[in-house]
Write a protein that binds this ligand. Structure first.
Ligand SMILES: Nc1nc2c(c(=O)[nH]1)N[C@H]1C(S)=C(S)[C@@H](COP(=O)(O)OP(=O)(O)OC[C@H]3O[C@@H](n4cnc5c(=O)[nH]c(N)nc54)[C@H](O)[C@@H]3O)O[C@H]1N2
Ligand SMILES: Nc1nc2c(c(=O)[nH]1)N[C@H]1C(S)=C(S)[C@@H](COP(=O)(O)OP(=O)(O)OC[C@H]3O[C@@H](n4cnc5c(=O)[nH]c(N)nc54)[C@H](O)[C@@H]3O)O[C@H]1N2
Ligand code: SF4
Ligand SMILES: [Mo]
Length: 679
């Protein structure tokens, strides 16, 4: 008899869906959304609806392997777990003894969002070893910095409230592509007359479905937000009472935004001045109005500033008071778990007597090639595919090719990075191991138990680092803890949001709402994460400068490379995770161009084009289809480089320049030239 088991989608997606897996004789036969989940409500996105294809794909890694070919070539031979673990322990031990343990660098991101497998036993292991710490900046750190500076805290409007909004601004947010479970709430609002506007340099699926789309120049959002403030304050449309009671620095803000006329912002953003003024008025006078800001906006030189400026808007209009008002970027900080107990940063004291150095993951190429004292001589990669997803790919690949670099990769699939491993270890999928999940698009904490047996000899990250700790002789009790012990540690938090949530309850209910008021209006009466509880405008530091690589940036560079490349997310994939799928490979092999730009270059749909700049080049297939504004080109990302001509994807073009705060990546500030190739 088939059995139904609960699980949770572990992909790096705000929705964190609750899943039901039908298991027949130990084999998964069906995957669907759990209809009882209040936010994810029983449906799955297209990519994960087919996840069993990935689960049982013949390409999955099943055994530990040792590299036999050249780095990057992808030739390996099978070895035993014992041999693999002994080799890793002895090589890491030697490197630590010779160069100091900071010569070892972990490299991971959120291939799985499960806390134990993404930031659990691994962190303990590397802290105890005294390895370099990784600054995990590749995705959201600029946005987090901007959000924190604006509000002092990083929680905000919950998705369930969008149904009450009258105006929804999807600002750099491809809701249908990357956050599809918010959509039904928006549709509910629209059925009651709400409007949805999108602000994006691309007209993506969400933009196509919106009531109005504003094409904005990449990296110019701060200018738009400042001009909206100019209109709102200048016309007295702000909520004077809210501002007086719950904010600080309004007078300075009024002065600051005086110069930010819609006309000035129009030049920078490409949105006509009258439309900017109308948008500001509509935003301030429609009640409630909510902003869904996503992370596209902050992948730019001044991405933190952009997020901060946008996040200040609802404090001006007093929108935080209203059910269905406010702003959402990420809800993750509402999950006040005992992360310190899980990660055990204190173990560094034992290894080094101090904190280990911090290495920015966005600068991996530079770290591998030029860090000194000590250099990086060992790299341990898990939950990430840096050869494909990190910026300035040619620098990254040159680093990964270094003969004196010892590389270990824990993976499910033979992706680009796996090809560079000295030792390649087979990892379980989220359907095969226990984990605990926060979400960054809702407020439910979820537990998943293994629903399916691991294939071959695959092991979870938790188990692999537990075994490695044993091999290294680490005898601290935390290294023999079970998954349940680790979850109990995480739940051991004094924070009121976690009151009443236990492992037993999670096992029973699978998904548990944080202990929050319903509705949750975090800033209805102040409550900002500042010393005074008030929102600080800090107007003196609000400012805008165009990204270096943009139409208003470095003009000498722009003469060489006239197009702004936005390599935003592909709707039907998850970064590079589904790069093995042919359909995904085709979708991510495309470059969208504006019709006039394409005509000037003699390019038509289906032509092969070479996209290039000083950092590298990639070959893509042209689509001339109105998806981008003039001067912008876009390529849905991220493809497996090894499947592309020349073995390079768009990250051969992207820059490793960092954001204004948070040390983040600037993927979407990237100047390129495009030419047609062949005939
Ligand atoms: N289908 C799918 N879903 C995903 C992912 C995926 O790869 N595919 N990845 C997951 C991950 S890791 C993340 S971080 C989230 C990200 O989720 P999102 O932030 O929604 O995704 P992005 O594609 O990074 O950016 C969103 C939109 O911002 C636009 N944009 C780019 N630059 C600018 C700008 O300067 N200003 C404005 N206003 N808009 C801009 C892009 O064109 C894009 O349409 O999605 C997650 N979900
Ligand atoms: N050009 C361009 N580049 C980008 C982006 C972009 O929009 N444009 N987006 C950036 C962003 S926002 C992000 S977050 C990064 C994402 O980049 P990554 O974090 O590298 O994400 P993925 O490419 O999805 O790769 C995750 C890998 O983890 C593996 N994995 C999953 N679960 C487990 C597990 O339990 N154990 C182990 N060992 N492995 C597991 C998967 O098989 C997969 O290969 O990419 C960044 N790069
Ligand atoms: S990727 Fe997102 S939308 Fe798709 S199943 Fe996973 S959590 Fe849900
Ligand atoms: Mo991300």
């Amino acid at each position: 008899m088939p059995e139904i088991r609960h699980s949770v989608c572990a992909l790096d997606c705000p929705d964190c869906c609750s899943l039901l897996v039908t298991v027949d004789n130990g084999r998964g036969t069906k995957l669907r959304g759990d209809p009882s989940h209040p936010v994810t409500r029983g449906f799955l996105c297209g990519k994960v609806a087919q996840y069993l294809e990935r689960e049982y794909h013949p390409g999955r890694l099943l055994y530990p392997q040792r590299r036999t070919g050249a780095k990057g070539e992808g030739r390996f031979e099978r070895i035993s777990w014992n041999e693999a673990l002994d080799t890793i322990a002895s090589r890491l031990g030697d490197i630590a003894a010779r160069f100091g343990p900071e010569a070892i660098l972990p490299y991971s991101y959120y291939g799985t969002m499960g806390l134990l497998n993404a930031a659990g036993m691994d962190r303990r292991f590397f802290h105890r070893l005294g390895a370099s710490r990784l600054d995990r900046t590749i995705c959201a750190s600029a946005g987090m910095a901007g959000h924190t500076e604006a509000l002092g805290l990083r929680y905000n409007t919950e998705p369930e409230q969008f149904r009450h909004s009258r105006l929804i601004l999807a600002w750099g947010a491809n809701i249908l592509g990357t956050n599809v479970h918010l959509w039904p709430f928006i549709m509910e609002a629209r059925r009651q007359g709400a409007r949805l506007y999108t602000i994006d340099p691309r007209r993506n699926r969400t933009g196509a479905a919106a009531d109005k789309h504003f094409f904005i120049n990449p990296g110019s959002d701060t200018a738009l937000a400042l001009a909206m403030m100019h209109v709102i304050v200048g016309e007295g449309l702000h909520d004077a009472e809210y501002v007086a009671r719950y904010t600080e620095g309004f007078d300075a803000l009024r002065e600051r935004v005086r110069a930010w006329t819609p006309g000035r912002a129009a030049e920078l953003t490409g949105i006509p001045a009258d439309q900017i003024a109308a948008l500001a008025r509509e935003y301030a006078t429609t009640r409630p109005a909510v902003i869904r800001l996503n992370l596209g906006v902050q992948r730019s030189d001044r991405g933190a500033m952009a997020v901060r400026a946008i996040a200040l808007l609802p404090a001006l209009t007093g929108s935080w008071k209203e059910i269905g008002g406010g702003f959402q970027l990420s809800t993750s900080q509402a999950f006040q778990l005992n992360r310190a107990g899980l990660e055990r940063a204190d173990l560094q004291q034992k290894a080094l007597g101090r904190e280990a150095r911090l290495v920015n993951m966005t600068s991996l190429g530079a770290a591998l090639r030029s860090l000194d004292a000590p250099p990086v001589n060992a790299l341990v990669v898990y939950n990430s595919n840096p050869a494909a997803i990190a910026p300035h790919q040619n620098a990254v690949l040159a680093g990964l090719r270094r003969q004196d670099l010892f590389t270990v990769v824990l993976e499910q699939f033979p992706n680009d990075t796996a090809d560079y491993a000295d030792i390649l270890l087979p990892a379980t999928t989220f359907l095969e191991h226990t984990d605990l999940y926060c979400a960054y698009g809702h407020h439910y904490l979820q537990l998943a138990r293994p629903a399916l047996p691991p294939p071959g000899q695959a092991k979870s990250n938790v188990e692999i680092f537990r075994l490695l700790a044993g091999r290294m002789g680490f005898d601290d009790p935390c290294f023999t803890e079970s998954e349940d012990d680790m979850i109990r540690t995480l739940l051991d938090s004094p924070h009121p949001f976690l009151r009443g949530i236990t492992l037993e309850r999670l096992d029973r209910e699978h998904s548990v709402r944080l202990n929050l008021p319903d509705p949750f209006l975090p800033f209805a009466a102040g409550g900002f994460g500042t010393a005074t509880g008030k929102c600080q405008f800090h107007a003196e530091t609000l400012d805008y400068t165009p990204p270096v690589e943009s139409r208003h940036g470095d003009q000498a560079l722009r003469r060489k490379y006239p197009f702004e490349l936005v390599s935003a997310k592909n709707d039907d994939s998850m970064n590079s995770t589904f790069g093995h799928r042919d359909a995904v490979d085709r979708q991510t092999a495309v470059l969208h161009l504006d019709a006039a730009d394409a005509a000037a270059l003699g390019i038509r749909t289906s032509d092969a084009v070479r996209v290039y700049n000083d950092r590298g080049s990639a070959i893509l297939e042209a689509r001339v289809d109105g998806a981008v504004r003039p001067g912008v080109v876009s390529s849905p990302s991220v493809r497996w480089g090894k499947r592309a001509p020349g073995r390079r994807n768009v990250n051969a073009l992207t820059s490793d320049r960092l954001t204004d705060a948070g040390g983040g990546a600037t993927f979407y500030s990237c100047l390129v030239q495009v030419e047609r190739i062949g005939d």
